[in-house]
Design a binder for this molecule. Structure first.
Ligand code: GDP
Length: 366
């Protein structure tokens, strides 16, 4: 499954946030795979549409879709040179689909800051620099090899060389790979060959103290993070990791009341999941039957057979057709039976691109 890695300097609140995630997941459901890897945390994806669907269909069971986080501890200054957990840390980042960068925006003199004072700009720079240095090394190594091939007149090598040179120049100036403009041809030429850390999408989680949770944007450190993120075209989600740990202990009505008392509509974790979902280009489709109403995650642009494959590989292999209705259409019809009577259920084939909110019923051969 897709995963986002949580990174940040020591003592910024990563473990606190990760523990909140793990606890929230443990409260809501049983995800067998997260007991295998202690660095993986799983949370439900909140979705009002699922609740409405459940009210309509009244199934025995309602299952939300989930989202996975990986805790990547151990980044310190010098990681790209192998200090701290160094290379091990960097290789873990290579495996994630996007990065959540936790930045300390709370003051607490009892909690040491590795650089001596709370300073989001400097913290972000420290982390980014390590990632950039690691990428620069990958690019330079690759460039050496490609330079030799280019001399023999290889067209692919020439394109790769052009792309790598642009990347090297940018990285040398401290610009992350994701901000480098490459032509489609160049992009295609180096695709899958580098897996650069700074090419991954980033979301900043600005960790504020509990006292700032209701109005985090008034915190000057959060504003600082926002300014930097805007410059990179990245998003910021303010969050109070400590408060999230408390919220994660609660469920249902108790949870809603606690949030209301704090003046919050959603937990920070819910907002973080929503932002990460966006960042990764993910959408949700639903299956709805008497036994179970359930949400499933796919990438935007996924066709029906592959969407079915998320449920079971047999569904993809034996895919024949899907019966489909959009969420709004179903709500307007009032029930699945009414929608069927009105002929609102469409039959779609293997080239159908699934849309966000579709309710799908797959027909397949076993
Ligand atoms: P990590 O090293 O980034 O994983 O940081 P931790 O999650 O272990 O947090 C370091 C310390 O900061 C712990 O003692 C936390 O309890 C504390 N901490 C985390 N978030 C907050 C916060 O919002 N306010 C305060 N005052 N302390 C926090």
């Amino acid at each position: 499954p897709l995963t986002t890695g949580i990174v940040g300097l020591p003592n910024v609140g990563k473990s606190t946030l990760f523990n909140a995630i793990t606890r929230a997941g443990a409260e809501s459901a049983n995800y067998p795979f997260c007991t295998i890897d202690p660095n993986v945390g799983v949370v439900d994806v909140p979705d009002e549409r699922l609740d409405r669907l459940a009210e309509m269909v009244k199934p025995q069971r309602v299952v939300p879709t989930h989202f996975q986080f990986t805790d990547i501890a151990g980044l310190v200054k010098g990681a790209s040179k192998g200090e701290g957990l160094g290379n091990q840390f960097l290789s873990h980042i290579r495996e994630v689909d996007a990065i959540i960068h936790v930045v300390r925006c709370f003051e607490d003199e009892n909690i040491t800051h590795v650089a001596g004072k709370v300073d989001p700009a400097s913290d972000i720079e420290t982390i980014n620099l390590e990632l950039i240095l690691a990428d620069l090394e990958s690019v330079e190594r690759r460039l050496e090899r490609v330079s030799r091939q280019k001399k023999s007149g290889d067209k692919m090598a020439t394109l790769q060389h052009a792309a790598l040179t642009k990347l090297k120049e940018a990285l040398t100036e401290g610009i992350p790979a994701r901000q480098v403009e490459l032509s489609d041809e160049e992009r295609e030429a180096i695709k899958g060959t580098l897996n650069l850390l700074t090419a991954k999408k980033v979301l900043y989680a600005a960790n504020v103290g509990e006292e700032d949770a209701a109005d985090p944007w008034s915190n000057p450190y959060v504003q600082e993070v926002k300014r930097i993120a805007d410059g990179e075209g990245a998003e910021v989600v303010p969050i109070s990791a400590q408060l999230e740990a408390e919220i994660a202990e609660l469920e249902g009505e108790e949870r809603r009341q606690f949030l209301a008392e704090l003046g919050l509509e959603q937990s920070g974790l819910d907002r973080l999941v929503a932002a990460a979902y966006q960042l990764l280009g993910l959408i949700t489709y639903f299956t709805a039957g008497e036994k179970e109403v359930r949400a499933w995650t796919i990438r935007r642009g996924t066709k029906a057979p592959q969407a079915a494959g998320v449920i079971h590989s047999d569904f993809e292999r034996g895919f024949i057709r899907a019966e489909v209705i959009g969420y709004e259409d179903l709500m307007a019809a009032g029930s699945l039976a009414a929608a069927r009577e009105k002929g609102l259920l469409r039959l779609e084939g293997k080239d159908y691109v699934v849309r966000d909110g579709d309710i799908m019923h797959f027909r397949f051969n076993v």
